[in-house]
Design a protein around this ligand. Structure first.
Ligand code: ADP
Length: 268
């Protein structure tokens, strides 16, 4: 049931009052709807690889039992599907951990450039496998930010993984850090972390929805490249918790630029 909102409108000339009652959707109802949709989405996302796994197990038990070549092929697909489920569960756990501490301010103080360097080192196997080159430009001037290093590394990892996934193999990706000029900093302008790719790009009408859980521009492509549909939702949560801003700009067929703006610590 909705919440009744009563408005009393006085009509001055007639000296009368008219009572109007509307039914609003309450915040609680919206949350309920969000939860229901989320559970349905998660179930569907887990069911798809599970159905594939069960199908392959049946085939391996029956028709393909003595076919060594088929067995190898199937095991490879099964490993991929199981990997997909594992990534999905990891991303769901990340999201719920982030939700639990959404209002807690990050306590650590980190040098942004150092965190970026270590994130890039961790990502090397991913970028190497795709033949991608990362160009790192550090113009952050040693800026310190209030952040949890692990969460920042996750932001960088998710953005660079997306740049790799949605570009041709062997393409170049840029990660740049830009500190605001002194004047701008005094006005509270933050440090920018920018990931730019020259990949497939995104049509404008999708952009506002990309941080929604499970929203994908192209379901097939996202699944092919191993996406969970949760990467940008996680980024958004982390950026919010760090009181930052997230901007996504893209031109279809040309590439995408994602900018995270984070507050610089005052004590510099
Ligand atoms: P996914 O796991 O599917 O990559 P994300 O939440 O990280 O999920 O991203 C949501 C969708 O946004 C992706 O499915 C993809 O369609 C689009 N997207 C994200 N980053 C890029 C990018 N750099 N270039 C093109 N499309 C992108």
């Amino acid at each position: 049931a909705g919440r009744d909102t009563t408005y009393t409108v006085h009509i001055a000339s007639a000296g009368q009052a008219v009572v109007l009652t509307f039914q609003d959707r309450t915040a609680a109802e919206d949350i309920y709807q969000f939860r229901t949709d989320f559970v349905a989405n998660v179930s569907h996302e887990l069911r798809t690889p599970l159905t594939a796994l069960l199908g392959f197990i049946e085939t391996l038990r029956g028709p393909a039992r003595d076919d060594a070549a088929a067995r190898d092929r199937f095991l490879e697909v099964m490993a991929r599907e199981a990997g997909r489920m594992a990534r999905l569960v990891d991303d769901l756990l990340s999201l719920s951990r982030l939700e639990a501490k959404e209002r807690v301010r990050p306590s650590g103080s980190v040098v942004l450039a150092n965190v970026a360097q270590s994130a890039l080192a961790e990502l090397q196997p991913v970028t190497d496998a795709a033949g991608a080159t990362i160009r790192f430009e550090d113009q952050s001037g040693g800026a310190n930010i209030a952040a949890e290093a692990g969460e920042l590394r996750q932001v960088i990892a998710n953005l660079i993984e997306n740049a790799v996934k949605y570009s041709e193999p062997g393409s170049e990706i840029a990660l740049s850090l830009n500190a605001p000029a002194h004047e701008a900093r005094l006005r509270g302008v933050g440090v920018r972390l920018v990931v730019r790719d020259a990949g497939f790009g995104i049509a404008p009408h999708h952009i506002a929805r990309l941080t929604e859980r499970f929203y994908r521009v192209d379901n097939h492509r996202s699944r092919e490249v191993g996406g969970t549909g949760l990467g940008l939702a996680i980024v958004k949560h982390i950026v919010n918790r760090h009181r930052g801003r997230l901007l996504i700009e893209s031109i279809e067929g040309e590439g995408t630029t994602v900018t995270v703006i984070l507050p610089v610590l005052d004590d510099q």
